[in-house]
Design a protein around this ligand. Sequence first.
Ligand code: PHE
Length: 347
Amino acid sequence: MQTNLEKIRAEAESELAAAKDAADIERWRNKFLGRKDGAVVQILRGLAQMPIDERKAVGEAANSLKVALEAALATKEDAAKREALAGQPESSKVDVTLPGVQPAIGRYHPITQTMREIVGAFSSMGFQAVEGPEVEIDYYNFEALNIPKGHPARDMFDTFWVDYKNDKGERAMLLRTHTSPMQIRVMEKQKPPVRVVVSGKVFRYEATDATHESIFHQVEGLAVDDNLSLADLKGTLYEFARRLFGADRKVRFRCDYFPFVEPGVDMAIDCFNCGGQGCRICKETGWLEIMGAGMVHPSVLERVGYDSKQYTGLAFGIGVERVAMLKYGIDDIRHFYANDMRFLRQF
Ligand code: PHE
């Protein structure tokens, strides 16, 4: 029996040395170490039929053969792997000591950041954030806001018209010139109390200069309830100014005219740069105008079916680019849309 084991060992060793590839090695493993009928397993199975006194010695010898063959196999497999790797071209090797590639991290555009900050200030005061269509119809952009055809206020809003005529042959579709049309859309859909802010792009057919772009952004606000007054408008906007420009801001309201509000105002904050002394940023006035606002005109309320004796509304429209320019001290609106990474990376 012992000599039989020696024979198996010798045979195994020479066959393993001769194995040339993974398939040879696998065949070798089955032949000698296979669980079902490998040579070693067969010997161990035969132990039961052996005389007791031989069993122990043969069992031990068979086990040590098994351990030796397993070790030889591991060594052979290791060598085979190394050989395979060595055969690969230099270029496919990975140099794990090379530094990694740093992925560029994106960020929000400064206008998006500012718009979110404005909307955030109002939503924390209970306003719901909504959005609306950029292509509007004349009715919402003008008519329903007390700006009928031929009204001189249409001159305030140089308009991009869409090449489309309604069944009366009129140009009736346009790129919205302000976010105010959403006032009408919101009021048509719901009954008071209303408290919404609308953010988005607006379009004006104007020449571009340091303070004008033909595409810019607004955040519109609208609240309708019983007993809302100009004091609520002022208080709300004062709180907004403090949130965006600091707790010690002063605000100024002056009369202004928009057909859809009565009274109408413009709101200014005292210049955070010079504290009201007069400087380059406030053009020596000490004040910075940041929005138009007012109490919703009763006929606007009536047009959407609200009872203007019971309800009053306040509304405002904030120029986002204007706020961002003031907040960051930027003197030309065109910087925002030049896509110069040196500018954008600062935010
Ligand atoms: N829609 C006006 C504009 O774009 C701003 C405004 C909004 C004024 C709401 C009053 C009330 O100029």
